[in-house]
Design a protein around this ligand. Structure first.
Ligand code: NDP
Ligand code: MG
Length: 380
C-alpha cells in the first residue's frame, strides 16, 4: 500500500468534504494521511474533521472562529492557526507532499502559491488562481518542478485525453458545459430570477459561488482561462459546447480530426481520486456509467448573448495582463451581491462588464499588481 501525506485548503467546502470521502474510499488501497486542513466559517465541521482525521494543524481564516475552535480542541494536540498566515502554515506543512487547493475564489491564491514554493504537488480545484495569476502560477510550478493535477472535472478530462499524446499537435480543446439551470432561456426570461432558482443546478451539487457561476456561464468562461494556462493553448483554440447530460467531461481534437473524450457519471470524486492516485488508477466505489440507461447524449452551441459572462471572460483572456484579475474580482463581488439579494441575475454580467470597461490593464503583472488590482476593485 502506497502512503502519501496531503493537506487540504478548504476542507469544509463541497470539494474539501468530497476529498475526505475519497481519502476514506482509498483506505487499504492508498493510505492518505491528512496533515493539515483549513476552513473559514464552518467551525463545527472543522472540529468534526479534526477529531476524525487528526491533522497536526487546522487553519481558520476567520479570527473569532479560530478562537472558538481552539477552545473546542483544547483536549487535543492539534494546533489551531488563523488568518492568511494560518492558511500558509496549512499549505506548507513540512511532511505534506500534496496540497489540495479547494478554497473558493481569490482567497486561495496566496496559500496555493506558497504551497508551490514549498515544493508541494498541487491538486487544483480553485480555478480563480489560474484565472487571475495564470502566468505567475505556471512559472512557479515549473520553477519548483512540482506536479499540477487539475481537479476541475473538465480539466481532469482534458488531462486524461492528452495522456500519451503530449507531443502531438492538438487542434481544439472541446470544453463541455452543462448549460446550467437556465439553458434555453432568453434575457427577458431571466429578469426575475431568484437566487433559489439559480442555486438549483441540474447535474452537480457544489458550493454557492460556483453554482451561480454555472448559471451565468461565467464558470465556463473561467474554465477557458484555466485551460489556456494548464494546457498552453490559445483562447481561440478552446471551443465551448453545451452538453446537457454532463457525461462527457471534455474532449481533445487532434490534427487528424480524431476526437478523444473522457466520460463518467458526474461526480467530483472522480477527478479528486484521479489527482490523489495519479499516475495509477485505483478502484472506485462509485456507480458505473450505464450507456443504455443514459440512452443519448446531446450537444448545443452556447448562447453568448443571453449568457454574456461567457463572452466577457473570453474577452478578458484575449486582452490578458490584469484584465482577467479585474474580471474575476468583479464577478466575485457581483455573485456575493446577488446571493445577498442586492442585485438581479442579469446585473452580474453588467457589473463585470462595467468594471472591465474602466479597468486600466497592466501587462505582465507581478503578484503585487494582481493583489492590488483585486483589492482596488473590491474597494470600489
Ligand atoms: P465551497 O463554497 O463549498 O467551499 C469553499 C471552501 O473555502 C470552504 O472550506 C470555505 O470554508 C473556504 N473559504 C471560503 N471563503 C474563504 C476565505 N475567504 N478564506 C479561506 N477559506 C475560505 O466551494 P466549492 O468546494 O464548491 O469550490 C471550491 C473551489 O473549487 C472553487 O474555486 C470552485 O470553483 C472549484 N470547483 C468546485 C467544484 C465543485 O463541484 N464544487 C467543481 C470544480 C471546481 P467554510 O465552509 O468553513 O466557510
Ligand atoms: Mg468544471
Amino acid at each position: 500500500v502506497i502512503k502519501i501525506n496531503i493537506s487540504i485548503l478548504g476542507s469544509t467546502g463541497s470539494i474539501g468534504t468530497q476529498a475526505l470521502e475519497v481519502v476514506d474510499d482509498l483506505k487499504g488501497i492508498k493510505d492518505i494521511t491528512v496533515k493539515a486542513i483549513s476552513g473559514n466559517r464552518n467551525i463545527k465541521l472543522l472540529e468534526e474533521q479534526a477529531r476524525k482525521y487528526k491533522p497536526l494543524i487546522v487553519g481558520v481564516s476567520d479570527e473569532s472562529g479560530a478562537k472558538e475552535l481552539k477552545t473546542k480542541l483544547a483536549d487535543t494536540d492539534i494546533k489551531v492557526v488563523c488568518g492568511e498566515e494560518g492558511l500558509i502554515e496549512v499549505a506548507t506543512e513540512k511532511d505534506t507532499e500534496m496540497v489540495l487547493s479547494s478554497i473558493v475564489g481569490f482567497a486561495g491564491l496566496v496559500p496555493t502559491m506558497k504551497a508551490i514554493e514549498a515544493k508541494k504537488d498541487i491538486a487544483l480545484a480553485n480555478k480563480e488562481t489560474l484565472v487571475t495569476a495564470g502566468q505567475l502560477f505556471m512559472d512557479k510550478i515549473k520553477e519548483n518542478n512540482v506536479r499540477l493535477l487539475p481537479v476541475d472535472s473538465e480539466h481532469c478530462a482534458i488531462f486524461q485525453c492528452l495522456e500519451g499524446n503530449r507531443d502531438r499537435k492538438l487542434r481544439k480543446i472541446l470544453l463541455t458545459a452543462s448549460g446550467g439551470p437556465f439553458f434555453g432561456r432568453k434575457r427577458n426570461e431571466l429578469l426575475d430570477i431568484k437566487k433559489e432558482d439559480a442555486l438549483k443546478h441540474p447535474n452537480w451539487s457544489m458550493g454557492a459561488k460556483i453554482t451561480i457561476d454555472s448559471a451565468t456561464l461565467m464558470n465556463k468562461g473561467l474554465e477557458i482561462l484555466e485551460a489556456k494556462w494548464l494546457f498552453g493553448v490559445d483562447i481561440e483554440d478552446i471551443e465551448v459546447i453545451v452538453h446537457r447530460e454532463s457525461i462527457i467531461h471534455s474532449m481533445v481534437e487532434y490534427n487528424d480530426l480524431s476526437v478523444i473524450a473522457q466520460l463518467s457519471l458526474p461526480s467530483m470524486k472522480h477527478p479528486i481520486q484521479f489527482a490523489f492516485t495519479y499516475p495509477k488508477r485505483e478502484i472506485s466505489p462509485d456507480k458505473r456509467l450505464s450507456f443504455a440507461e443514459i440512452g443519448k447524449l446531446t450537444f448545443f452551441e452556447p448562447d453568448r448573448d443571453t449568457f454574456k459572462c461567457l463572452a466577457l471572460a473570453e474577452r478578458s483572456g484575449k486582452v490578458g495582463g490584469t484584465m482577467p484579475t479585474a474580471m474575476n474580482a468583479a464577478n466575485e463581488i457581483a455573485v456575493a451581491k446577488f446571493l445577498n439579494d442586492e442585485i438581479g441575475f442579469l446585473e452580474i454580467a453588467d457589473f463585470v462588464e462595467d468594471v472591465m470597461n474602466s479597468h486600466k490593464v497592466i501587462e505582465n503583472p507581478t503578484i503585487e499588481d494582481i493583489l492590488r488590482v483585486n483589492e482596488e476593485i473590491r474597494s470600489l
